[in-house]
Every structure is written in structure tokens, then in C-alpha cells.
Design a binder for this molecule. Structure first.
Ligand SMILES: *[C@@H]1O[C@H](CO)[C@@H](O)[C@H](O)[C@H]1NC(C)=O
Length: 454
């Protein structure tokens, strides 16, 4: 007995010692590879970067996002992270297996069946936009940026896959994890490189880019970058660095600044391209109610921000190495599921949240990775895992909401109420139609001489 107690007391002490060693950094913690590189260990975060301390509170106020319709599911389109919209309404859709489809606007509200024009090499397609020549510029992690011509030729933009030697920030860094981009009127591409922890191929041939978020938190070596690539000169420069997980990118209407999302820090940064603050980076919006993913410019000059899922409350304890170790090392199948939700924020040009479009329980729309406004007023919603793509018909182009005096909260409230009323009417008429169909089926049975038993 005595020996048993001594052994178990020693065992307990050893476990406590190990935990303390992890917490205080005395015990090296190897990260899972993949997604980490072999041999990569948990690191120490830059001073002052933790804790994150977001309050994560967001009281749901509407279910307007539930009015979204699903498109192109029957065409086999799936896992489209971002919908690229051309000025004439043509869509480019890049699926989770690298298929590139083009859907031309046709008829009053419709689209021609999507045509498959290309297939990208293995990787996870992320952001995509049309350039001025009608080609699609797309990010493929962990490979880099591609340019896909209207004819279907897909060419890697090799010069955008490494930071130039003359860049002040991260010279020579490899840029595999390209994620989102916007293109200036001068053709310059602004884009993000999320983290040095790349995505990896799963046994079914799809690529997992989500685990990189957790592993990056463990690595605590914020390596995300905002970049500028000039196709005219081939020069690639890092504009700002130190992001934990760089994501959505969008230029302001006047191209005087560019916004980049940091998903792990739940914030958007603003990098000034012109004016007295040129070259500076500041906070554009912080303490967002979940990880920001895609960012795009709205027709009124503000921004649409897709919020992917929710923040586990444990993120506020990330200053503890033990917590970072637990988050980074938990295998995906053992991770507690986050309740689904659909959430898109509309921000003003100054970074204030004007309104949110929500599906509080994710029953129709969940896991939104991008929201892109089309000229016809449709808001296209991308997602990593959903079939087809979803779109919400805004009752009017957003720019019509903005009064001369600036953002109009009342108009925003009216927009959300109209979306909800339309949704309720659609649900009501669907119920009525189902009831009518049931009555009709009963009548048919009676006509045929059968008995209707209820
Ligand atoms: C619409 O624009 C795209 C991209 O520039 C182009 O490829 C397509 O041909 C255009 N469609 C029509 C009908 O003009």
C-alpha cells in the first residue's frame, strides 16, 4: 500500500511538474505537423501581444441573412471561399478542388449555367477578384497567386510568391499562404499572406487551411503579412507584418488606404497608401464579434466583413502557454464544436459597425468566409464547405441607403427590417403552399375513390 501511494504521489507530482514546465516555458512543446513544419515548436509571443481580451459579446438582433438563396448547387459547385464579381455581373467561382467556373449574367435575374474553364493545381483556393482585363486573380494556398484568363489559361504569378530583397519588412520571405486580395486602378495587387503555418492535404484530396489558425496560435510567431505586388515592375513589397493570421484585404474607395483582417486578433488594420500618414498602419476596427475572414468594399464606400464562426471563450486565456498548447495540440475531431452562426458586418468607410446581417443559429447561412456586393445589389456569400453559393438580395443597392450626411442608422434599420419581412413572407407563403399541397393530395385521393386517413 505504502509503495502504491508513494508511486501515485510521485506520478501526480511529475504531471504537475510537466504542466508547470509547459506553462513557464521550461518544457519544449513540439507542434503537430502538418500543419506545422516538422520540428517546429511552440514559441513565445511578442511582448504585449497577449492577452487578446475581446469581449466576444454580440446580441443577435436579426435573422436577415436567412433570406439568402442558394445558387449553382445542382451544377456541382461547392466550397467557394469567395465569389468574384465582374462589373457586368459575370461571376467567377473557384471550388474547393480548384475548379474555376464562370457564370454569365443572363435574363432579368438569372445566370447561364456555370462553364468550367480551368482547374488550379492542388491547394486551397481562397480569395479571387477580376482585374481590369477581365482575368481572375486568385489565391491558392500554399502555392501563391494565379492569373486565370477568360480563355481558361491559369498562370502562377511567380514574382508575387516571395517578398523582394529590398523590402524593409520580411525581405526574402516565402509567400505560400496567399489568402485575399484587391486590385488598384493602377493594376497593383494588394494581398495577404496568412501565416508561415501552411495548409495541408487531407486523405480525400481536399486541403485544410483551418488548422493553421490553431497551430499559428501555438507557434506564437505572428508571421502574417500585407503585401503589394506591382505587375508592371514585378516588385513585391511587404507593407506591414506581425499579423497572427492575415486574411481579407480591401482598398478604400479613394485608394488612400487598404484594410487587412487579422482573424486571430479579431481586428482589422488600416495601412495608409496616400496622404500625411502614408506608410503607417493603425487599427481600423477591433474587438469584432468573431474571427473576421473576407473583407470587400461596399457600393457606398464602406466595407463588408464576413465573420467566420465564433470565438471560443478560451481565446482570452491565450496568454497562458498551457492554453495555447491545448488549443494547438487538440486534434480536430476532439475539439469542442462551435455552435453554427451566419454573420456579416457592414462597416462605414471610417471603420464603425453600421449594421449586421445575421443567421443566429446558422440554420440557413453558416460559416461565411466572404461577402461581395454585386452591381445588381446581390450580396454573394462564400463559404469553405457549403454546396453552391448563397446570395442575399438587398432591396436596393447599398449606396442608396447613405444620405449626404453620412451613414444613416435609420436607413440601415429599415434595410434589415425589409429583409426580415421578406423572409417571413417567403416562409409564410411556403407554409401556405405546403398546406395547399397537402389538401390537394387529400382531394386527389378522394377523387380516386380512396380513403383519406388522418
Ligand atoms: C463580362 O465580363 C467578363 C469579365 O471581364 C467577361 O469575360 C465577359 O465576357 C463579359 N460578359 C459579357 C456578356 O459581356
Amino acid at each position: 500500500m505504502g509503495a502504491f501511494f508513494t508511486a501515485s504521489a510521485l506520478g501526480t507530482l511529475a504531471v504537475l511538474g510537466l504542466l508547470a514546465g509547459v506553462e513557464y516555458g521550461a518544457v519544449p512543446v513540439p507542434l503537430r505537423s502538418p500543419p506545422a513544419r516538422p520540428g517546429e515548436r511552440m514559441g513565445e509571443p511578442p511582448a504585449g501581444s497577449l492577452p487578446f481580451a475581446f469581449d466576444g459579446r454580440f446580441d443577435s438582433r436579426n435573422a436577415a441573412l436567412r433570406g439568402a438563396a442558394r445558387w449553382f448547387e445542382a451544377d456541382g459547385v461547392a466550397g467557394v471561399e469567395t465569389v468574384a464579381v465582374a462589373p457586368n455581373g459575370t461571376l467567377a467561382l473557384i471550388g474547393e478542388r480548384g475548379e474555376v467556373w464562370i457564370a454569365d449574367a443572363a435574363g432579368a435575374d438569372g445566370f447561364a449555367p456555370p462553364r468550367r474553364i480551368a482547374r488550379l493545381p492542388p491547394g486551397r483556393p481562397l480569395g479571387a477578384v477580376f482585374d481590369a482585363d477581365g482575368a481572375v486573380v486568385a489565391a491558392l494556398a500554399p502555392v501563391g497567386l494565379f492569373r486565370i484568363s477568360a480563355g481558361g489559361g491559369a498562370e502562377r504569378i511567380a514574382a508575387a510568391s516571395k517578398v523582394g530583397a529590398r523590402s524593409e519588412i520580411a525581405p526574402g520571405a516565402d509567400l505560400g499562404f496567399t489568402n485575399d486580395m484587391d486590385i488598384g486602378s493602377d493594376g497593383v495587387i494588394y494581398y495577404s499572406h496568412s501565416t508561415h503555418v501552411g495548409p495541408f492535404e487531407m486523405p480525400d484530396g481536399r486541403w485544410n487551411a483551418l488548422e493553421s489558425v490553431y497551430t499559428s496560435l501555438g507557434a506564437a510567431r505572428p508571421s502574417g503579412l500585407l503585401l503589394r505586388h506591382d505587375p508592371a515592375t514585378g516588385a513585391t513589397t511587404a507593407l506591414t507584418g506581425g499579423l497572427w493570421f492575415a486574411n481579407g484585404v480591401a482598398l478604400s474607395k479613394g485608394e488612400d488606404f487598404v484594410v487587412v483582417a487579422d482573424s486571430i486578433q479579431a481586428k482589422l488594420l488600416r495601412h495608409w497608401l496616400r496622404g500625411p500618414r502614408r506608410g503607417e498602419t493603425d487599427t481600423f476596427a477591433a474587438n469584432l464579434p468573431g474571427p473576421p475572414d473576407g473583407v470587400s468594399r461596399a457600393s457606398d464606400g464602406g466595407f463588408w466583413v464576413a465573420i467566420y464562426g465564433r470565438y471560443p471563450p478560451v481565446m482570452n486565456l491565450a496568454a497562458h502557454r498551457l492554453v495555447r498548447a491545448a488549443v494547438a495540440l487538440t486534434p480536430p475531431r476532439l475539439r469542442p464544436p462551435t455552435p453554427p452562426r451566419g454573420l456579416v458586418l457592414k462597416l462605414s468607410e471610417a471603420g464603425g459597425v453600421e449594421f449586421a446581417l445575421e443567421d443566429p443559429d446558422g440554420s440557413v447561412v453558416r460559416g461565411v468566409t466572404s461577402a461581395v456586393e454585386a452591381p445588381d445589389g446581390r450580396l454573394w456569400l462564400g463559404s469553405l464547405h457549403e454546396k453552391g453559393v448563397q446570395a442575399l438580395d438587398l432591396p436596393q443597392p447599398l449606396r442608396a441607403l447613405r444620405t449626404a450626411g453620412g451613414p444613416d442608422a435609420e436607413a440601415a434599420g429599415r434595410l434589415v427590417r425589409r429583409l426580415e419581412a421578406r423572409r417571413a413572407a417567403a416562409v409564410g407563403s411556403a407554409r401556405a403552399a405546403a398546406q395547399a399541397a397537402r389538401r390537394g393530395a387529400g382531394a386527389d385521393a378522394e377523387e380516386a375513390g380512396g380513403h383519406t386517413e388522418l
